[in-house]
Each structure stands twice: as structure tokens, then as C-alpha cells.
Design a protein around this ligand. Sequence first.
Ligand code: GTB
Length: 222
Amino acid sequence: MTITITAFERSPDGGRGLARDMRVRWALEEVGRPYEVRLVSFKQMKEPDHLALHPFGQIPTYEEGDLALFETGAIVFHIARHNRGLLPEDDNARARAITWMFAALNTVEPPIVEREQSRYVVGDKPWYGELLPVLEDRVRVRLDQLASRLGDAQWLDGAFSAADLIMVLVLRRLEGSGLLEEYPNLSSYVARGEARPAYKRAFASQLAVANHDRGAEDAERQ
Ligand code: GTB
């Protein structure tokens, strides 16, 4: 059955792999499932056809036969449940991997996104200079704890799993903040994720969308 996901027609990150379709692409690449991508504009995301798939008018979505999903945690979990390679076979190890998926999404990601979004939401306020260090410290609390738990381990709990896939991409949202670099073991952890062949294929395919866009703009200018 064909799998179709949605992604930004023009990703604001210019193809740096920060938009959340990267999670789904990487998961599909890890398990070797081919997929198609339907690119949507910001306008299309808020129109009825897309809202029927995603009630919040966002990307990514996932369609396979008569199944339509939204929320990257749920999508990656679905892919991991139905294909080998992203969750351990052992019941307890599987439950722990799922716990880490939730931890990445519910405990580590919120302060990271809060810090990032603060610039867009209140970046022009006179007190922003005082707020930013507070938000950065909230991120550090989680990074301290995560770095302590990870220690010298390669992955969060034994073999690479869907939890690492999500955690690595959550941590990548810190790109440019300088915060990740304060934690050498977390930086190495992210680099290990980025070195995986499936990650590279996923990254290349989302970058190709942005490059195609840039090529079209250059052609228009000529
Ligand atoms: N909880 C949902 C999930 O995990 O699927 C969140 C989905 C979501 O935030 N989607 C964003 C979206 O569609 C794209 S990923 N935004 C448009 C809208 O809400 O109108 C967030 C994102 C966007 C851009 C960058 N970037 O440019 O660096 C990074 C991350």
C-alpha cells in the first residue's frame, strides 16, 4: 500500500531538516518503506481538504490505504509497530523505548520549543533580554538530566530505537542556540543519529525540495 506524507512546499528552515516531516521520513527510511510526499503551502494547510487530515492545519500527515494519521509521535509509533527495526522485540525493552518516545516529546521538547518560539512571540518586547536566559536555563535543566542519564551510552536504552530517532531530532531544534554544545555527550549522540544512512537519505530528500525551489527561483531571475 502506498504511503503518502505531507511536508512544507517551502520549509522556513530552507531544508535544514528541522521541520517535523523529517521524523516521519527518517522512520520510513529506517524500516525501508518507500513513500510519496505531497507538498502543501501554508494556505493549503488551513483549507478543508488538509484540515480533514490534520485538525490543527499542520504538517506532517500520513496516509496509508484508508488510514490517515497526524502527530509525529503517533505516526512514528505506528511505523515502528508495523515494521521491524525501530522497537525492541522484548516486551519490557519495548515499553521502555515507548517511554523514551514520550519523554522526548513531553518532557524534553517543550522547553526547547518554548525557547525557540519566544523570539517570534515576544522577541520585540523590552523585557525579552531578561526572559531569554530564564528559558535557556529551563532547557539546561532537561539537558543536564538527559546528559547524566545517557552518560557514555550510544543510545537511550540499548539498541537504536524510535525513541532515539525522536530525541535526536528534538535536540536538533537547538541548532544555532549554542546550548547543545555545552553537553559533549549529547552533541555526539546527535552526530551518531545524523551519521545513520537512513537519516542521510531522509535529510537529502527534504533538502531536495528546498533546492528544487531555489533552482526554480534562480531560473526565474535569469
Ligand atoms: N505536535 C505536532 C507533531 O508532532 O506532528 C506538531 C506539528 C507541527 O508543529 N507542524 C509544523 C507546522 O505545520 C511544522 S514542524 N507549522 C505550520 C502551522 O502551524 O501553521 C515545526 C517547525 C516548523 C519550522 C521549522 N523551521 O523552519 O526550522 C522547524 C519546525
